[in-house]
Design a protein around this ligand. Structure first.
Ligand SMILES: Nc1ncnc2c1ncn2[C@@H]1O[C@H](COP(=O)(O)OP(=O)(O)OP(=O)(O)O)[C@@H](O)[C@H]1O
Length: 242
């Protein structure tokens, strides 16, 4: 299996509102792919559809060739952290992760591993309600990592991180991908994204561009930001051949 994620003509309508229309792109195994687009472009809708949290009106979004809901032991294959998903504020970070480990069917020792991985070991016994935004992002990533998944799906993982946190996240994702992991993340932080991803998918209700960062920036000759604005203002379409 060389494709971790495949969106095929994924369409989601809410009554008269078309959130996403005919979205098609693939995420190859081992790559870091950034999903970008203006507010309301359909990034969260797409990621939610991929994770089985909403049903597409038509088309499909699959992970490792299957619907998320059909995966055996999904937490061991896909780890996700979506923007706006809250934590129970009254419990500690460690307790939160213990609950997640139980739900995922993985040993409790994973809790210490992921706490170390995301740099939260020292704050594990503090209540989540007292965590800063950046610490909550780290806890979200720890939650995603609990099952040692092959694929990470992250909605705006850099939101609320300070510069040190952003650099840490970039280093972490690169090393995860070097070890064979695949990442699909959404972001509005284009300069940061350009330092992190291998491939870019630009959406604006539909796919506007899907391909390598190199192709989009002509091997780094252009800024990702400039190319992004050209694409979203003209709505031109460039999708890599499958
Ligand atoms: N439950 C819903 N009911 C009706 N419309 C919705 C619903 N969820 C999303 N939408 C609409 O679908 C469109 C896409 O929203 P979505 O949140 O997926 O965009 P986004 O790219 O994640 O935006 P942002 O960058 O602001 O997070 C928007 O027009 C939004 O208003």
């Amino acid at each position: 299996m060389t494709t971790a994620v495949e969106f095929r003509e994924f369409t989601k309508r809410y009554g008269g509102v078309t959130a996403v229309s005919g979205l098609s792109f693939e995420v190859p195994v081992g790559r870091i792919v950034g999903l970008v687009g203006p507010n309301g472009a359909g990034k969260s809708t797409s990621l939610r559809g991929l994770l089985g949290l909403l049903r597409p009106t038509s088309g499909s979004a699959t992970v490792f060739g299957q619907l998320y809901g059909q995966l055996d032991a999904p937490a061991r294959r896909v780890g996700a952290h979506l923007d706006g998903v809250g934590f129970e504020p009254g419990i500690t970070g460690r307790r939160h992760l213990e609950i997640c480990a139980t739900a995922a069917g993985v040993p409790r020792r994973r809790v210490d591993v992921v706490l170390e991985q995301v740099g939260l070991a020292g704050a594990a016994r503090r209540r989540v309600g007292r965590y800063s935004t950046g610490m909550k992002q780290r806890l979200g990533l720890a939650t995603a990592l609990i099952g040692e998944p092959e694929l990470l799906v992250l909605d705006e993982p850099a939101n609320g991180l300070d510069p040190e946190g952003i650099r840490w996240l970039r280093t972490f994702l690169r090393s995860y991908s070097r070890d064979g992991g695949t990442v699909l993340l959404s972001s509005h932080q284009l300069a940061e994204l350009a330092q992190t991803v291998d491939e870019v998918v630009v959406i604006k209700g539909r796919t506007v561009f899907a391909g390598s960062l190199d192709e989009l920036t002509d091997g780094g000759a252009h800024d990702l930001e400039d190319r992004y604005f050209e694409l979203v203002s003209t709505g031109g379409e460039r999708v890599r051949d499958a």
